[in-house]
Design a protein around this ligand. Structure first.
Ligand SMILES: Cc1cc2nc3c(=O)[nH]c(=O)nc-3n(C[C@H](O)[C@H](O)[C@H](O)COP(=O)(O)O)c2cc1C
Length: 322
């Protein structure tokens, strides 16, 4: 039986913590480095930010909240990695259990509650890892603030790292905020207050009303951000102590692809990172055809671990040989 399947029998929160510990060990990093060398040249190398990037496929926020997996990610055949979401001060997040898996649906629901060791811890990690992070991969940091001041303090503390960090993702869309940042007036004020900062990628929420979603996309695009991540999880009622959670995985794919197309049709020409249910080679092709620049995996990685990346690359090779 595959180790990833064996872990599937454990409670999801325990599986998550155990997998994280295993992935941080030296033998796993060596194994991943070897697998990547054996994989050979990747399909779809691309040019972004004036350099050649290994792949449009990468890892979205939530897998590596504190940067402890940066070293592992540098050895994977991916083109980008988003650390976080990181908060200003350490937070424990919600009590466990705080996630559920629905393997039959290729879906998960989580109510992590933005646990983070805090930005000072991440700065310590970046001090060590930045020198080793490859130029052929983008590094993003997702920040989560509970006020305008918190967002600004987070951005100020990361400013000295902007040689190594390629973009900062502004998380205004986690279900944990209870919708407070998706209120248009409040979001507009936040984005106004962040005008002086460079390389901001705004992470879009998934709302239950299409009209509200389109209004929010237009509002964000008016601020002409460097990039957009489309999208975060969809807040739903859930069989978890919190009573709600963010739905991720396959059920989001169609919505996300249509939102990417719509955003391009509205005329947005900046960077788009597609996130939501991308789990197979064919999904990646659909995301690129919808004109996303980069496609992230989160639930796929949470369910299969790093091997998901090699599986998807093999599927892409079979779909588009040569
Ligand atoms: C366990 C888990 C934790 C997550 N944590 C974060 C987070 O801290 N910040 C954030 O912006 N998004 C977070 N997300 C949302 C993902 O980045 C992504 O937007 C969403 O899950 C859709 O992609 P997917 O279907 O590939 O998972 C998390 C998702 C999961 C499943």
């Amino acid at each position: 039986m595959q180790p990833s399947k064996l872990l599937g029998y454990l409670p999801p929160d325990l599986t998550h913590d155990v997998t994280h510990l295993i992935l941080r060990t030296y033998p796993v990093k060596v194994l991943i480095g070897t697998l990547t060398r054996l994989t050979g040249a990747l399909p779809y190398r691309l040019r972004l930010l004036n350099r050649v990037i290994d792949s449009p496929i990468g890892i979205g926020a939530g897998i590596d909240k504190d940067g402890l997996l940066i070293s592992l990610m540098s050895r994977l055949p991916i083109g980008f990695h988003i650390v976080g979401s990181v908060t200003l001060k350490p937070r424990r997040g919600n009590p466990k259990p705080r996630m559920r898996r629905y393997p039959g649906l290729d879906a998960m629901v989580n109510a992590m509650g933005l646990p983070s060791r805090g930005v000072d811890f991440l700065k310590g990690i970046l001090n060590n890892e930045c020198v080793r992070w490859p130029r052929s991969k983008l590094l993003g940091v997702s920040v989560a603030g509970f006020s305008e001041t918190e967002f600004k303090l987070l951005l100020d503390s990361l400013t000295p790292y902007m040689d190594c960090v390629d973009f900062i993702e502004i998380n205004v869309s986690s279900p944990t905020y209870g919708g407070s940042w998706t209120e248009p007036h409040r979001l507009n004020e936040l984005l106004n207050s962040l005008k002086g900062y460079d390389k901001l990628v705004i992470k879009l929420p998934l709302l239950s009303s299409i009209n509200d979603e389109v209004k929010l996309i237009k509002l964000i695009i008016n601020h002409n951000p460097f990039g957009l991540t489309i999208a975060n999880t969809l807040s739903i009622k859930a069989d978890l102590p919190m009573g709600y959670g963010g739905l991720s995985g396959k059920p989001l794919l169609g919505i996300v692809i249509n939102l990417i197309k719509l955003t391009r049709r509205i005329g947005y020409g900046g960077l788009i990172i597609g996130l939501g249910g991308f789990m197979r080679g064919i999904d990646i092709i659909k995301g690129i055809k919808a004109e996303a620049d980069l496609i992230g995996l989160v639930t796929g990685f949470a369910m299969e671990g790093p091997l998901v990346v090699y599986r998807i690359i093999n599927e892409l090779r079979r779909l588009q040989p040569g």
